[in-house]
Ligand binder design. Structure first.
Ligand SMILES: Cc1cc2nc3c(=O)[nH]c(=O)nc-3n(C[C@H](O)[C@H](O)[C@H](O)COP(=O)(O)OP(=O)(O)OC[C@H]3O[C@@H](n4cnc5c(N)ncnc54)[C@H](O)[C@@H]3O)c2cc1C
Length: 317
């Protein structure tokens, strides 16, 4: 019995959520007392499979076929269905990407199951998973209990698990050639959807200062740090779109994330809650950002930020 993690690539490059989903898979498998296996579908994905096999996985399947070169829902569904029937996993885990949203529900129905989507955590009761997902725009956490004997299907929310918690190991890489029929593929691939511009790669930054509507006007945006922002700031054109953090922006996991005048809406939190240390400055003590902050400063940012800058200068001598 295993947890099968279906990784994602586009044009031979990993989707950034693949590793965090594999990390989730490792943790779920440990809790269930099962092994982790992984799969990567496409054409010429052998080297990606070999790379994934350097993590703690029992086996990585390179699901290889010329009809998988460009993504289509019909080909991916049929290919992964074939693999699941061969491997017979207890749980199939996906990153909650646009592609997965497109084909994984249909795949789950082939096994008379549903896809439990966008989960933020899971616990296991007598080996059966209970998934936790957000409801009503993040106001409530709901438990989703699956019934039957599986395979169960779930997708993991961006930022819910940390890629740097992935355990290394040495698994075997194996090629799986699904039986696909070109005439059964009804879609014609077009240019892939771009999740967000990558002119600025915030994912590599160690310290990010992120500003929200609390900064009041464009002139108050600080200079010098690696800057990010909540959506209203980018919508207003005060910072370019590629600096937006959140569900429709980038997912970041720096050592320090400083949230200045950001309320902490769920769409923002999913993009930054993986940061090692979160510092929040907000004049509203009840702002949801404080629920994820390691250090919270309740106060007017126009007083707090200059005082902090002064202290940092003193400390640096
Ligand atoms: C489909 C969808 C996708 C979305 N995607 C994203 C996304 O990717 N990223 C994102 O960020 N949002 C996203 N949003 C928007 C999100 O719901 C929030 O509206 C947004 O994050 C709020 O931004 P904010 O915190 O800057 O502003 P606000 O919610 O207005 O918060 C401003 C905060 O500043 C504080 N403040 C005000 N003045 C001061 C002061 N002088 N000193 C200290 N604090 C002060 C206030 O107390 C308040 O908490 C999305 C929404 C939808 C519906």
């Amino acid at each position: 019995m295993s947890v099968l993690v279906v990784l994602e690539q586009q044009g031979g490059k990993w989707h950034r959520m693949s590793w965090e989903t594999l990390a989730a898979g490792q943790q779920f498998a440990a809790a269930m007392g099962e092994t982790v296996e992984a799969a990567i579908a496409g054409q010429g994905v052998g080297s990606l499979a070999a790379e994934a096999a350097t993590k703690k996985v029992a086996k990585v399947y390179a699901v290889e076929h010329e009809l998988l070169k460009d993504y289509t829902a019909d080909a991916y569904t049929a290919a992964i269905e074939g693999l699941i029937r061969k491997v017979n996993p207890t749980l199939v885990l996906f990153p909650h990407t646009y592609q997965v949203r497109d084909f994984a529900p249909k795949l789950a129905t082939r096994f008379q199951q549903v896809l439990v989507s966008d989960v933020i955590s899971a616990r296991f009761e007598s080996g059966t998973p209970v998934f936790v997902r957000l409801l009503f725009q993040g106001k409530l956490n709901g438990d989703v209990r699956v019934s039957g004997s599986g395979p169960y299907f779930a997708s993991v929310q961006a930022g819910a698990y940390r890629a740097d918690s992935l355990e290394a190991g040495s698994g075997a890489a194996e090629t799986f050639v699904p039986s696909l029929d070109a005439s059964a593929i009804r879609q014609k691939p077009e240019a892939p959807f771009r999740e967000s511009a990558r002119a600025v790669d915030l994912t590599a930054a160690e310290i990010i200062v992120s500003v929200g509507r609390g900064i009041k006007e464009k002139e108050n945006i600080p200079m010098g740090a690696e800057l990010a922002a909540s959506r209203p700031i980018c919508d207003a054109g005060w910072l370019p779109m590629e600096r937006q953090v959140g569900s429709s922006g980038q997912t970041v996991a720096p050592k320090v994330y400083m949230a200045v005048g950001i309320s902490g809406a769920i769409q923002h939190l999913v993009g930054m809650k993986g940061a090692k240390t979160i510092v929040a400055i907000n004049k509203d003590a009840n702002a949801p950002i404080f629920e994820v902050a390691d250090y919270g400063i309740v106060g007017d940012l126009f007083e707090v930020v200059p005082a902090l800058v002064e202290e940092v200068k003193k400390a640096k001598g």
